[in-house]
Design a protein around this ligand. Structure first.
Ligand SMILES: [Zn+2]
Length: 164
């Protein structure tokens, strides 16, 4: 009998990671297993549609060691699209996953130089995205204001020519 995922109940066909919910199926005790599990998760991600990607990014396996966490953050960035809105998927879920990874890295990093560098880098990615979002909102508001002003001017001109 095939093994089933203890979280979502679907049949499992990879070693470590459920392709449907991203949960970890086996206990992991080495760095190489962590990396293999991550690779499986990202293989499933690359094969999934947007809904599935969202689920895998939000609930998918997050490693326990700093080294593998850094790797998972780097892989996660691939799913952040700087040309979309923050509410678009899979960007929104990828940002949420990266935020969780940063938090976990901060707890575990101690004096690990690589972890600190990664935290700064990942934080920058998120701020860059938020800044772009804010700029877009500002630009959108300016467009609306410009539109309203233009309509007011045209309205005024029509009124002026009709009444004079
Ligand atoms: Zn599952």
């Amino acid at each position: 009998m095939k093994e089933r995922c203890k979280y979502c109940g679907l049949e499992i066909f990879s070693n470590f990671i459920c392709h449907n919910c991203g949960s970890l199926m086996e206990n992991i005790d080495s760095f190489s297993d962590e990396i293999e599990a991550l690779q499986e998760l990202h293989f499933h991600l690359s094969e999934s549609d947007c809904d599935q990607q969202k689920r895998l990014l939000l609930h998918g396996y997050i490693p326990g060691s700093t080294k593998a966490l850094i790797e998972s953050g780097i892989k996660c960035i691939l799913y952040i699209d700087f040309n979309t809105a923050a509410s678009d998927e899979p960007t929104q879920s990828a940002i949420s996953r990266l935020t969780t990874i940063i938090t976990k890295l901060k707890i575990l990093s101690n004096n690990d130089k690589d972890a600190k560098k990664a935290i700064i880098h990942f934080d920058e990615i998120i701020s860059k995205f938020r800044k772009k979002e804010a700029d877009n909102t500002f630009f959108g508001l300016m467009l609306i204001l410009g539109g309203i002003t233009l309509i007011a001017i045209i309205g005024f001109l029509i009124w002026y020519f009709i009444t004079t």
